[in-house]
Ligand binder design. Structure first.
Ligand SMILES: NC(=O)C1=CN([C@@H]2O[C@H](COP(=O)(O)OP(=O)(O)OC[C@H]3O[C@@H](n4cnc5c(N)ncnc54)[C@H](OP(=O)(O)O)[C@@H]3O)[C@@H](O)[C@H]2O)C=CC1
Ligand SMILES: Nc1nc(=O)c2c([nH]1)NC[C@@H]1CN(c3ccc(C(=O)N[C@@H](CCC(=O)O)C(=O)O)cc3)C=[N+]21
Length: 316
């Protein structure tokens, strides 16, 4: 048989047809997210029955960016489906920083809301850091407040940022061994690259891996990516990683979500940062786009909201 991996990988990984040559396993974020959502929905129902507690989330969107609008809509729809109370605040692009800070302060005081998410990016006239720092760290379900970022660095209990948290879960639930692995991260943003590199490095509740981080000033990126047992790509450049830049059998986590056009019916056509077609015959496993990391990000937001509600109520 032609499979590269005969280790146990769990039921959440789909296999390519058995007849193709050395295909990668497809790590399905959609399937994994579905399983976790069922766990969350059950816990939300239990909280309501046992404690009369309903977790509450507010998403705040400033401006009319279509991608941001669709992400926020997906977050609210998922919250609703899981029994989480969700409110959506949509503000015009011209909203002032003071107005936004006022709205955040109101939600900090609102006892029905346990999680506050301010969708990024914000319009240029608003200081992003100032807004993120204004969110009560106990309601910071995105994990972007410096208190949570610091706790994460120290390996303390905190809200983990949703995308890195989702990647960790995806690796764990697909049976990928991270301990001692060579992990290479492409990208160093505050929301993906830096935190996932940090989590993969952590000894407890982390990846326990050897980590390299690449960015636009990296001299020879292929030198690094070819050494990776696990390659995590979050650069925002469609199809930038090709088959000749990876190691045979590597696990590829493609975080990129790039809009590369439209289908005939007007739906956005998406591509990852990895050139799926040239990598799929060489990798050991790969996350698709769509249906990979994206659904996990949204699911981890729900998980964090549930955690926030329980902490606020002193449960656990
Ligand atoms: N699936 C999901 O849930 C999520 C997906 N995303 C997607 O992930 C991608 C990255 O997002 P985000 O981290 O916010 O992006 P940013 O633009 O904030 O950061 C991109 C990073 O990649 C680096 N980079 C860009 N081009 C190259 C290159 N050619 N070679 C090496 N490094 C490069 C940049 O380096 P430098 O610092 O030197 O500029 C930067 O550190 C996007 O496609 C985004 O849509 C983001 C969040 C969640
Ligand atoms: N405060 C804040 N928190 C975030 O978590 C945050 C943010 N701002 N700004 C933007 C990025 C991006 N992001 C995504 C979430 C889900 C998908 C996702 O579900 N993608 C689907 C496809 C969705 C589609 O069809 O467009 C998929 O990959 O299958 C993608 C990207 C969260 N982000």
């Amino acid at each position: 048989m032609c499979f590269k991996h005969d280790r146990a990988v769990g039921p959440l990984i789909e296999f390519f047809p058995r007849y193709c040559i050395m295909p990668a396993q497809i790590i399905s974020g959609s399937e994994t997210a579905k399983a976790i959502r069922e766990e969350i929905a059950a816990e939300v129902a239990r909280l309501k029955t046992a404690h009369g507690l309903v977790p509450g989330l507010v998403t705040i969107l400033v401006g009319e960016d279509p991608a941001s609008q669709s992400y926020v809509a997906a977050k609210n729809k998922t919250a609703h489906a899981l029994g989480i109370h969700s409110e959506q605040v949509t503000l015009p692009a011209a909203t002032s920083e003071a107005e936004l800070l006022g709205i955040v302060a109101d939600y900090n005081r609102n006892p029905a809301i346990h999680g506050i998410l301010v969708q990024l990016p914000l319009p240029r006239h608003i200081d992003e850091a100032k807004v993120l720092f204004a969110i009560d760290p106990d309601k910071d379900v995105d994990g972007f407040h410096p208190v949570n970022v610091g706790k994460m660095m120290l390996g303390e209990r905190c809200f983990l940022p949703c995308t890195p948290h989702g990647i960790l879960e995806l690796l764990q639930r697909s049976g990928t061994e991270t301990s001692g692995a060579e992990v290479v991260v492409v990208g160093r943003s505050n929301i993906v690259g830096k935190p996932i590199a940090n989590l993969m490095l952590q000894k407890r509740a982390g990846g326990n891996a050897t980590v390299t981080i690449c960015h636009t000033r990296t001299r020879d990126m292929a030198f690094h990516t070819r050494r990776a047992d696990i390659l995590i790509v979050a650069a925002g450049v469609a199809k930038m990683i090709k088959g000749d830049q990876i190691k045979e059998g590597a696990v590829i986590i493609d975080v990129g979500v790039n809009r590369i056009g439209q289908t005939e019916s007007g739906k956005a056509l998406l591509a990852g940062d990895v050139d799926f077609d040239s990598v799929v015959g060489k990798a050991g496993a790969i996350t698709p786009v769509p249906g990979g990391v994206g659904p996990m990000t949204i699911t981890m937001l729900m998980k964090n909201t549930l955690q926030a509600a329980k902490q606020a109520a002193g449960i656990e």
